[in-house]
Design a protein around this ligand. Structure first.
Ligand code: ASP
Length: 343
């Protein structure tokens, strides 16, 4: 019988209705799971449920929590066939984006899931997300960090929350689902990462860097951006228009960006669009950002760009190394343009 390790970090999936709204409560999810006949079925994997203390609404998660989850998986790696992380949906895409950078050499499935409605409600999405992701983690050959939600298994570092209320709350707009679930479960092997060599390990950061995100909007003030770019900021995901454009008629804004990149702040252009990639040379307005020292985030989600900046600076890389590594595909988080543009 396959064995699963379930790290229960908090989130709606295990919450209970209280006078102040839904809140996690120690022991409550374990009680609910113990009453589910499906989990006692011999076709299901055996599991160990490890409840975190404290259980968190994922809005409270910090990078230290990503590392705690990563350490937990690496520590129990040899004893189990697969891993599930039960997590709140609000920052699930961040944890799913961060773990592939920090856990290296993974050869077993790690699936992050949760739900929009708690398991304790009569009508919920928790039951199917839990049961299906347990089966996939035990049976499917997907040796990477993924996010399962609403009948789709997505690459973790490509996922983003796209719906605050719907049950198909996540998407990976720039990468196809790794598996789809209907009457049958279909995995597409051509989309999976190749198995890693060796034993997995966690890349422990040597320090906690200061990273930020800033969204351009019409009329954005250069003073505002200058404040954001002040020390101790080291890396910024700049949410640009379309394929990576910004206002090239605003000399103050470009000067502010130039001054920051000259100081070693790494500014990565992501697109405000849900789909598609950044091409900084396509318009003069994007080329101006590139001349000011902004680098392309290609088709990375903002979540992945932020986690990657955090990971790289935290690992002790210099700004120059971070600039270089941001443009490389480290764990399936970005697609480098494969073709020469001919038209
Ligand atoms: N606020 C909750 C959380 O992220 C939302 C959820 O789990 O759906 O923990």
């Amino acid at each position: 019988m396959k064995r699963l390790y379930i790290a229960y970090t908090g989130g709606t999936i295990g919450m209970r209705r209280t006078d102040e709204g839904y809140a996690p409560q120690p022991g409550f999810l374990a009680e609910q799971m113990a009453q589910m006949p499906e989990l006692a079925d011999p076709r299901m994997p055996a599991y160990t449920l490890h409840e975190y203390e404290p259980l968190l609404d994922s809005s409270n998660m910090r990078p230290a929590d990503w590392l705690r989850i990563g350490r937990d998986i690496v520590t129990h790696y040899d004893e189990y066939d697969g891993f599930l992380v039960l997590h709140g949906t609000d920052t699930m895409a961040y944890t799913a984006s961060a773990l592939p950078f920090f856990i290296q050499g993974l050869n077993k499935p790690v699936i992050i899931t949760g739900s929009q409605i708690p398991l304790s409600e009569v009508r919920n999405d928790a039951r199917s997300n839990l049961v299906t992701s347990m089966l996939i983690a035990a049976e499917a050959p997907v040796p990477e960090v993924t996010l399962y939600f609403g009948n789709r298994l997505l690459r973790g570092c490509r996922a983003t929350k796209v719906n605050a209320e719907g049950l198909e709350a996540f998407d990976s707009p720039n990468y196809p689902p790794l598996a789809t679930v209907g009457v049958e479960v279909h995995v597409d092997p051509s989309h999976l990462r190749r198995e890693q060599r060796g034993h997995p390990h966690l890349v422990e950061p040597v320090r906690e860097p200061t990273i930020g995100a800033f969204r351009l909007f019409p009329g954005v003030s250069s003073e505002l951006l200058a404040n954001v770019l002040q020390p101790p900021l080291e890396g910024l995901a700049l949410l640009t228009y379309g394929v990576g454009n910004g206002p090239d008629r605003d000399g103050n804004l470009l000067g502010t960006i130039r001054a920051a990149t000259d100081r070693g702040v790494v500014i990565v252009a992501c697109t405000q669009c849900l789909r598609g990639a950044v091409h900084l040379g396509e318009y003069a307005t994007g080329a101006a950002l590139a001349r000011a020292g902004v680098i392309s985030g290609y088709d990375m989600t903002t979540e992945a760009a932020l986690c990657k900046l955090h990971y790289l600076f935290g690992a002790g890389h210099s700004p120059r190394q971070v600039r270089e590594l941001m443009g490389q595909d480290l764990c399936g988080e970005l697609t480098l343009p494969a073709f020469e543009k001919v038209m």
